[in-house]
Design a protein around this ligand. Structure first.
Ligand code: CU
Length: 225
């Protein structure tokens, strides 16, 4: 079990690398798309694997969403998942419902904010989020992921998660003001052999985020949640 988790953590998608020492190392992985304005996010089914994924600007790499404390996060979230799922949720084909949860943000649980119970989109439907980030929201790294009950563990393991950066960390740690930033997102995933495991063991849903700043020749400073 422990080995599987460790492998999953390191074996998946490291979206961005933090090293700045060598110009060549910068090209190992691309920069993540980032946005600080209204976002249109799409839930779609991968035509090859059948797995669920986020689409953003015609790509399937979830963006880093950057917000200021005291601002409003506007997201249009379209469910374009295939009506018939190739995946299994709790013993039956997934129903392809989806929504968003804003992990760690101190925001309202009522629609149109962080309402994971009543805001649900079936295929063909769109949700409109308008999330008011409080002025006292601590700066740092947070994340968003899907949260439809009974289905979210499959969607999250498919990779439907991304980072949220609440700006202003330099007010608390002035040393990072001129440092280079990299966002590191590591996700667990289920190995094929895990299909023989009990449901409890398959529900590994973990995302590790590292908000990283670095300068050439120095060790980076990760800020983990
Ligand atoms: Cu969460």
């Amino acid at each position: 079990m422990f080995q599987k988790i460790a492998f999953g953590t390191f074996g998946w998608v490291c979206v961005c690398l933090l090293v700045a020492n060598s110009p060549g190392q910068d090209r190992i992985l691309p920069e993540l798309p980032q946005t600080n304005s209204a976002v249109t996010l799409v839930a779609a089914s991968n035509p090859v694997t059948g797995k669920s994924e986020f689409r953003y600007r015609s790509n399937n790499i979830p963006p880093v969403i950057r917000v200021q404390p005291g601002s409003t996060l506007n997201i249009e979230y379209k469910n374009e998942l295939a009506a018939q799922s190739k995946e299994e949720c709790v013993g039956h084909p997934c129903m392809q419902m989806t929504n968003l949860h804003f992990h760690g943000l101190h925001v309202s649980p009522n629609a149109p904010q962080d309402d994971a119970l009543d805001m649900i989109a079936s295929p063909g439907q769109t949700l409109h989020y308008s999330v008011e980030v409080p002025p006292q929201q601590p700066p740092g790294l947070y994340w968003y992921h899907t949260h439809p009950h009974g289905e979210s563990y499959v969607q999250d393991l498919d990779g439907m998660s991304g980072a949220i950066v609440v700006e202003g960390i330099e007010r608390y740690v002035p040393e990072v003001l001129h440092m280079r930033e990299r966002i590191l997102v590591l996700r667990d995933f289920v190995l094929p052999t895990d299909k023989q495991s009990s449901p409890g063991r398959r529900r590994i849903r973990t995302l590790r985020c590292a908000h990283v700043v670095s300068i050439p020749g120095r060790m980076a400073i990760p800020i983990l949640r």
